[in-house]
Design a protein around this ligand. Structure first.
Ligand code: SAM
Length: 211
């Protein structure tokens, strides 16, 4: 098991029971995401956690490959499949820092609350770009903690919390920086939303039809 899975394995059970922080925004994101799905969509979700979002999207698409680095998160996700009567979601343990999909194999990719946690998000997003078909969508929602000046006060805390296993390594960026990163991969912004003007950026990028 990669070291980075340890933190998430430890908190998986608790994470699965936590209420969604902003239910209204979550539901809007579900609806917005579905605007980019068709019943034939083949979807990749990375950093899927305990699988709730994949299971909610399952009726709107053909198939979802949902991966997470934490075996515990995936165990909990798999346990949800039968009660939800979902047959088109495949959960697997994989590290998005090295995961390689077949090029041009997905219509959409979801990265929800994960980009700031990757060792190398540019490389990972590059592989997402390759994995998408021309015209495919990359839908992300990311905490951009540089959006709020007061979060800088926590700067000295992050390495310490990371060192003592209390928190994973977190990239600190603004929403505009993240958008620039996503666009520099080749995606065109088709939707940009910061719910309530807060720290989270929900963004949909499209791979050009003529890539
Ligand atoms: C903040 S949780 C978000 C879970 C889910 N996407 C959600 O929105 O509730 C971050 C998830 O990313 C996973 N994760 C962290 N690093 C990862 C990596 N390198 N590859 C795949 N998954 C990773 C963790 O195990 C955890 O389940």
């Amino acid at each position: 098991m990669p070291d980075k899975a340890k933190f998430w394995d430890k908190i998986a059970e608790k994470y699965s029971k936590q209420p969604i922080a902003n239910q209204k925004a979550y539901e809007i994101k579900l609806d917005l995401t579905r605007e980019y799905f068709t019943p034939d969509s083949k979807v990749l979700e990375f950093g899927c956690g305990t699988g709730s979002t994949a299971i909610l999207h399952a009726p709107f698409v053909k198939h979802i490959d949902a991966l997470d680095v934490s075996p515990e998160m995936i165990r909990i996700a798999r346990d949800k499949i039968a009660p939800a009567e979902v047959t088109n979601v495949a959960f697997s343990v994989a590290d998005m820092d090295s995961f390689q999909a077949q090029p041009g194999s997905y219509d959409a990719a979801l990265g929800l609350n994960i980009l700031h946690l990757l060792d190398n998000r540019m490389a990972a997003m590059g592989r997402v770009y390759e994995a998408l078909k021309p015209g495919g969508y990359f839908i992300s929602s990311t905490a951009c903690i540089r959006e709020k000046w007061y979060m800088r006060l926590l700067d000295p805390m992050f390495p310490l919390m990371n060192m003592f296993g209390q928190w994973p390594r977190v990239s600190r960026m603004t929403a505009k920086q993240l958008q620039a990163d996503i666009e520099s991969i080749g995606f065109k912004t088709v939707h940009y939303w910061q719910p309530g003007g807060g720290m989270v950026l929900f963004m949909v990028g499209q791979k050009p039809e003529q890539a």
